[in-house]
Design a protein around this ligand. Structure first.
Ligand SMILES: OC[C@H]1NNC[C@@H](O)[C@@H]1O
Length: 448
């Protein structure tokens, strides 16, 4: 008999989404263009020519989607605010209709006993700010702080958990180094600058929150634990470079006040010497850390693989998801325990965790059988419990995602939802994984 899994009595079980991936109507009611409406309109940028023009139509179906969360017994819901709905030009005139949309959503969540957890920035930068240099312009820290102040003023009476940025590594690696995400740049000199300005903006928003906020604020990073393919020195060194680039590049400056030394080694002359005052701004004290976990990476040295000189090693016995990620729940435990060991004890939320698998067409009786996603969910919940048993102060867990949605450049084909969306009809159908998650939540993690 395995020991019962113990989660704190007030553990926040929920789901997560983001504005551009689910809302649709990106330009409705005075909203401005974002880098993603622009990117999606560029032929070849998103698979199958998919766009967020309709997505899950959540901008119009939000009340039904909240009812669906209530039906599943969710305790919390993490979503993002589209900056360009609030400030269509990124700065300057405020769009009341944009503020009112999120008012309605937050009020409906609270009326249904669901805790809103709000992300200020989930990748959809106002296009007008990109035209002024975007994340490459140091002024963006002030632009972001001004946007944050408007949003804190409006919603802090009802929102108790704020997130400044979602996954700054993805924004930089995808948007500025490899060009796979908006704004689609491929430039090793730009990437460190964008990354640094993201962290400066994060710090500036936290400073504003300390002036006017009454609750809690944190940062969400995606962590992918790195394991050496062998104990050969070059593989161990490659693993350290990969960990420095993807994981410690963000957590070290925020919690330790400096970048990992490997980054200068990786970027060479493209790595600037940052002024010390920037680290005072970046390392504002946080109330919690949000960690997104999907997979691990087994690393070997590969001198031909620019700029990290690292290559992944596929694990022959493992299950891989539709996005090519190894299913490895132990990596979630290792990530949470590893964070506590390196950065100390603080409240932690797993703000995203999920898997994309091909879902068979729904059965006639409206069921969607997704056994692989269910297995992942069970494994990851057990991994959380193992982390709690090792002393991690884990406060909540958000499944990515509530709904099948636009997986950025991969389009709608990669389905992460625990609720199936028929994009032709917008019909929502809870998958078997949603029914399992509902049981897990109702039993506070006891029944897997
Ligand atoms: O790739 C799955 C998710 N990862 N984190 C950020 C989200 O926007 C993605 O859909």
């Amino acid at each position: 008999m395995t020991r019962p899994i113990r989660f704190p009595s007030n553990f926040l079980w929920g789901t997560a989404t983001s504005a551009y991936q689910i809302e649709g109507s990106p330009l409705a009611d005075g909203a401005g263009h974002s880098i993603w409406t622009r990117f999606a309109a560029t032929p070849g940028r998103i698979a199958n020519g998919d766009t967020g023009d309709v997505a899950c139509d959540h901008y119009r179906r939000w009340r039904d989607d909240v009812a669906l969360m209530r039906q599943l017994g969710m305790k919390a819901y993490r979503f993002s605010i589209a900056w360009s709905r609030i400030l269509p030009q990124g700065t300057g005139a405020v769009n009341e209709a944009g503020l009112a949309f999120y008012d309605r959503l937050i009020d409906e969540l609270l009326a249904n006993g669901i805790e809103p957890m709000v992300t200020l920035y989930h990748w959809d930068l106002p296009a007008a700010l990109d035209d002024r240099g975007g994340w490459l312009n140091p002024d963006i820290a002030d632009w972001f702080a001004a946007y944050a102040r408007i949003v804190f003023d409006r919603y802090d009476d009802r929102v108790r958990h704020w997130v400044t940025l979602n996954e700054p590594w993805v924004v930089t690696d995808g948007g500025y180094l490899h060009g796979t995400l908006a704004p689609g740049h491929r430039n090793a000199y730009e990437a460190p600058i964008a990354s640094h300005n993201l962290l400066r903006a994060h710090g500036a928003a936290v400073q504003v929150y300390r002036e006017i906020g009454r609750h809690q604020i944190g940062l969400v990073v995606n962590i992918e634990p790195k394991y050496p393919a062998s104990d050969a020195p070059e593989d161990v060194a490659a693993t350290r470079r990969a960990d420095a680039y993807m994981n410690r590049q963000y957590l070290d400056p925020v919690f330790l006040g400096s970048y990992p030394a490997e980054l200068k080694e990786i970027f060479g002359p493209a790595w600037p010497d940052w002024p010390a005052r920037d680290f005072d701004l970046i390392s504002q004290k946080l109330d919690f850390i949000g960690i997104n976990y999907y997979t691990r990476n087994v690393c070997r040295h590969d001198g031909a693989n620019w700029p990290l000189q690292v290559a992944p090693v596929r694990q022959p016995q493992a299950t891989y998801t539709e996005t090519g990620w190894e299913v490895f729940p132990q990596g979630l435990t290792d990530t949470l325990v590893g964070f506590k060991r390196r950065y100390g004890d603080m409240p932690v939320y797993v703000m995203e965790n999920g898997s994309a698998f091909y879902d068979p067409p729904q059965a006639a009786h409206g069921r969607v059988h997704d056994p692989l996603r269910m297995d992942c969910l069970r494994g990851n919940i057990a991994a959380l419990a193992a982390a709690i048993e090792q002393g991690v102060d884990l406060r909540g867990y958000m499944v990515w995602s509530l709904l099948d949605n636009l997986e950025w450049s991969l389009g709608f084909a990669k389905r992460f939802g625990i609720v199936h969306v028929d994009f032709a009809t917008q019909r929502r159908t809870p998958k078997d994984s949603a029914l399992l998650y509902a049981r897990i939540v109702a039993s506070n993690g006891a029944c897997l």
